[in-house]
Design a binder for this molecule. Sequence first.
Ligand code: UN1
Length: 509
Amino acid sequence: MQNVLKALGIKEVNEGCSTGLNWFSNGSVLESYSPVDGKLIGKVKSASKEDYNKVIAAAKSAFKFWRELPAPRRGEYVRQFGDKLRAKKADLGKLVSYEMGKSYQEGLGEVQEMIDICDFAVGLSRQLYGLQMHSERPNHRMMEQWHPLGIVGIISAFNFPVAVWAWNTALGWICGDVCIWKPSEKTPLCSVACQHIWNEVAKENNLPEGISCLINGNYEIGQLLTEDTNVPLISATGSTRMGRIVGAKVAERFGKSILELGGNNAIIITENADLDSTLVGAIFGAVGTAGQRCTTTRRLIIHESIYDKAKERLAKAYSQLKIGNPLDEGNHVGPLIDKDAVKNYLTALDSVVKEGGKIIVAGAVLEGNGYESGCYVKPAIAEAENKMKIVQHETFAPILYIMKYKTLEEAIALQNGVPQGLSSAIMTLNMREAELFLSVSGSDCGIANVNIGTSGAEIGGAFGGEKETGGGRESGSDAWKAYMRRQTNTINWGAKLPLAQGIVFDLGI
Ligand code: UN1
């Protein structure tokens, strides 16, 4: 790992706070331990209040420069950033895997998402279209244009320590915004690595400080961002609990927010499903990233006619899962992020039994050779009812709840019958079932898939969900609009000044 850290420019004790060229920070030290082997990877310094103020000052000044650049010029810098990511994909993917605990394949996939969003943003930098509409008045033109917002504050979670930042920042940059990133305290080194990559681009192009800033630290640093009227947009990814606080704080000062919070994602498996491909989607959805994606499959709603068969095949497939070091490509499941996550996993397993659920594949905390970090757990399956408190709750761990249904309407009601609304899927080869699921009477989630699991969304679509998931949209489609302000322009090129709505205001001149 030392070679990887070196290749990514990470020193043993890194500063943790940067405005684009320089590193500084005077706050407390954050230690990053790997959930893979429990070892200390490195130390990062948090931002102090003074450091924060320095970052805001740099960002404010950079915005004045950055917003004046033609958007395709900004796109060119994003292209260069994407090229550097291509060159560093293996190293950054490895660090993601080691610091967060996801499989190396998934670490590489995460860096690929960063590259993809850069490509998307480069193309978008030549678009950012506004509409033109017909005015009701003669010799008038009406149109709308999009201007940058200013400073975007990005609060990201440990589970996607680099990609979710990239979705936000790549769009923010091309839109003319400057960005300040407050990463998770659990994955600070990934953020430092990304900042180094941007700093190279900034240096090579003589760009000023402040276009992309990093502030490491705990929730108090995040609070400075959310309460700061200098920051018109906060994009926050994390738990519903966190989002409730952040959303309210930002709304209180009339800031904008993009909230990407908890999910409680289900797959409906109908009697017309192709069970072989269903199992791949469902099991990757449930155990990928050790159940720590916001898009993780948490519930399977299975038609009663195939329930026993599906249950049996699931249990058999789970018995073949290899759990271990995520850098070893032979393993399917890596560790949870830390021991608190292990505690939550155990509490959830207890609760499901207490509430009357039945364990189908037992969970356990693994011990012994290779499991010294204490963060490796066995993916579990429990038969449960949708209305159980624990099933209604998002536990960030590989616990899958399975339940039966009779009619598709009933299955859709179960799928929608949770407070969260991120991702959903139906497995069926029947067109009517699939279309009903996608219809207005179907899934109430931000993402609804057919014959694909709930996780692993591509960056080209808008990503986000409804209800307690927070309503925000990030990455593809027209999610960029949230990073800009809309201005409606009406231009009178005639000699008279007619008023709208036919109002006559005759001054006799
Ligand atoms: C998240 O878990 O916060 O769709 C994001 C997926 C990934 C993104 C997940 N592309 O699973």
